[in-house]
Design a protein around this ligand. Structure first.
Ligand SMILES: Cc1cc2nc3c(=O)[nH]c(=O)nc-3n(C[C@H](O)[C@H](O)[C@H](O)COP(=O)(O)OP(=O)(O)OC[C@H]3O[C@@H](n4cnc5c(N)ncnc54)[C@H](O)[C@@H]3O)c2cc1C
Length: 461
């Protein structure tokens, strides 16, 4: 049930929180519910910028008392636009951004509104890492509750595999300090279950020593042979190598030579956790696949992979995601054929297929250990289109779906972090079988009225 702003006793809420309550027209209102994918923006009737866990609790209690739908916003990068909600209440946790590093115990405790980039930079000062994804402005709230797939996942596991403890506000407004020994079901559910079981206010992660990486961008010509070879090499590589292989048209000069502009290339972002000597065997193999069109791979700190300022970029995009067993030459030929066909579509800015080799430490965790169940798949993929305006989105959807089906070849499963669609079929792909059932049981125990439903929702059992 939702209600309109004229009936909401926001004064009660203002008295209950230390943070700021924003209503439409207030100066901070737009920022408090802003999301990365602006075209998915929705108009809430109130937003609370929380400064404490108690603020979060008060906001949850207020929303339920007044029949308001709740959206939880950390970094605002949800591809489904779940960081805001029409006519509801946005709990903006971005002000919960403290970062407390304990170098001796190799742990960091952060507020759930810190960005991945801020945490990475802070722990990087000590030669330490906790792996998030490929983009610094993503919030730790969303990426951690989703799983967290990044350059270090093959070596050190998903973000959730390094989560030691968390604080969670559940639907009745109570605060829970959870870890493997305390409220283990809640701890299990927030590691991959998205925002289904509550609002995380704080996370404690294990840190690893990675004083140096060899990383950056390697651009190779894209043919069926080179794509399949790059996938093969990266899958066989030591766990120290993390790669995101993008198949996409080459950007314009001066970044790339004029003669390749617009041609499909392998745009590989990579990180090898080690010294240049250690990285050399696998990097040499990659560089030997074809003469690189650009090679910006160099020794750097891990935090060097993330731009300090990503600019004010808000793409209008659609995509789909899944897992694959392999991408061989014939799969690669199909991808190249379809992408090449689309590149002249009206309104299309960019079509891209992204391949992420997985395995390693991800696969060494049991599929039922966390609510991220997809441990066995060697590859994650995304098929995406960025367009010049929302009117061009629909025209992209069917080829995206059909190419994704070709790549997936029947593998079930999807990663919540990259899932735009949130219908029941997709939710069951994200949370297969026993994972769905256990999440539904945790929901029944902690959120029987499905207060937290603005997400890839698993209703209470
Ligand atoms: C440009 C870009 C790059 C990305 N790269 C990667 C990547 O490399 N690897 C990867 O794994 N993912 C990646 N993602 C996906 C990203 O991890 C998810 O979209 C994630 O949900 C975003 O988190 P957020 O806090 O920024 O988003 P928000 O929109 O603020 O939150 C998204 C959802 O997460 C849940 N949530 C957020 N905060 C909390 C909290 N404190 N407690 C409980 N639930 C919460 C809620 O359900 C919320 O609706 C990327 C997304 C984008 C847009």
């Amino acid at each position: 049930m939702t209600t309109t702003d004229t009936t909401i006793p926001t004064e009660t809420l203002r008295r209950a929180v230390q943070g700021t309550v924003h209503e439409p027209g207030d100066p901070g209102f737009a920022d408090a519910h802003a999301i990365f994918y602006r075209h998915l923006d929705a108009a809430p009737c109130v937003a609370v910028s929380a400064t404490t866990a108690e603020d979060v609790s008060a906001a949850v209690t207020f929303a339920t008392a007044n029949g308001l739908a709740i959206a939880v916003r950390s970094g605002g990068h949800s591809g489904a636009g779940h960081g805001t909600v029409a006519d509801g209440l946005v709990i903006d946790v971005s002000g919960l951004d403290t970062i407390d590093i304990d170098v001796e115990s190799r742990t960091v405790t952060v507020g759930s509104g810190a960005t991945a980039g801020a945490v990475t930079a802070a722990v990087g000062e000590h030669g330490l890492v906790v792996g998030f994804g490929d983009t610094g402005s993503v919030g730790v709230g969303g990426i951690t509750t989703g799983g967290g797939v990044g350059f270090l996942s093959r070596l050190h596991g998903l973000t959730i595999d390094n989560l030691l403890a968390a604080q969670v506000v559940t639907a009745d407004g109570t605060l829970h300090d959870v870890d493997a020994e305390h409220e283990a079901d809640l701890f299990w559910a927030i590691r991959g279950g998205g925002g289904n079981v509550g609002v995380a206010t704080r996370f404690t992660y294990r840190l690893h020593a990675v004083p140096q990486i060899v990383g950056g961008l390697l651009v190779l010509p894209a043919t069926a042979e080179t794509v399949a070879e790059v996938v093969r090499i990266t899958r066989e590589a030591p766990d120290e190598l993390g790669v995101i292989v993008n198949l996409m048209p080459a950007p314009a000069p001066p970044f790339m030579p004029a003669e390749v502009h617009g041609r499909l290339v392998i745009f590989a972002l990579l990180a090898y956790a080690g010294t240049p000597e250690e990285a050399d065997p696998v990097l040499s193999r990659l560089r030997a696949v074809a003469a690189p069109l650009a090679d910006l791979v160099r020794p750097m700190p891990y935090a060097g992979l993330f731009a300090a300022d990503e600019g004010d970029y808000h793409p209008v995009a659609t995509s789909t995601t899944g897992f694959a067993r392999d991408v061989d030459e014939s799969d690669a030929a199909r991808v190249i054929e379809v992408l090449s066909e689309r590149l002249t579509d009206p309104g299309l800015q960019m079509a891209v297929v992204q391949l992420r080799p997985l395995g390693g430490a991800i696969a060494r965790v049991a599929p039922d250990a966390t609510a991220y169940a997809h441990r066995e798949w060697p590859l994650m993929f995304n098929v995406a289109a960025i367009v010049t305006g929302v009117e061009h989105l629909d025209a992209q959807q069917s080829w995206i779906e059909s190419l994704a089906a070709d790549i997936a070849k029947g593998t079930p499963g999807a990663y919540v972090g990259f899932s735009l669609c949130d219908d029941e079929e997709q939710v069951r792909r994200i949370y297969p079988g026993a994972t769905y059932d256990r999440l539904a049981a945790v929901k029944r125990a902690h959120d029987p009225d499905n207060v937290f439903r603005r997400n890839h929702n698993v209703p209470p059992a």
